[in-house]
Design a protein around this ligand. Sequence first.
Ligand code: HEM
Length: 189
Amino acid sequence: MVLMYGMVNRAAENLVVSNFGEEKWLAIKEKAGVEVDVFLSNESYPDKMTYDLVGAASEVLGVAARDVLISFGEHWVLKTARQEYGSMLEANGRTLSEFLNNLEFLHTRVAMIFPDLQPPRFNCTDLMENSLRLHYYSHRPGLTDFVVGLLQGLGKMFGTPADVEITERKAEGADHDVFLVRWATPASI
Ligand code: HEM
């Protein structure tokens, strides 16, 4: 069974409670059949629980699963990671481009704190002044739109909002997911 640290489900809870209220979160947990009262950041929970929560959130809130994942990705970067792991984010780069080029090392550092981490892998190709291609490798299916949200959140965090296009999808037979990330230079915004 593949496990994910509780901080992921906690972040989902934080997003739902702050935007829609406690009752909606309880309804989502019930629909997902999740009986955990409090998610602990450094405990591991089955991946299935996270997927079930996303599915239930989509039904209860009447939002497509794709949009749940995108919002969750943005929230993860702009709220959770910034508030709880700010120094790690800062150490990873000063611009969107620099940050994405260092992304492959970020979870290596995270794994020092969370030893059972089963992190995704990333690398960049086609580096241009205002764009790059990000390659995403994971043994977990179904998180492509979560990555879109993460990338959009990072663009906002650096003040260079990003346009993210999925150019290859593992779900459609590609070796892995590829994202074309484009941004405007701060001066031209
Ligand atoms: C300091 C900030 C961060 C921390 C502490 C962190 C931590 C984590 C943790 C605990 C997981 C669950 C995996 C597991 O428990 O085995 C995870 C998954 C993931 N992280 Fe991060 N992360 C951070 C930043 C980022 C950023 C900036 C990205 C940007 C793309 C990212 C992309 C992902 C993805 C896509 C997954 C899903 C798992 C998968 O694809 O297999 N993370 N991260």
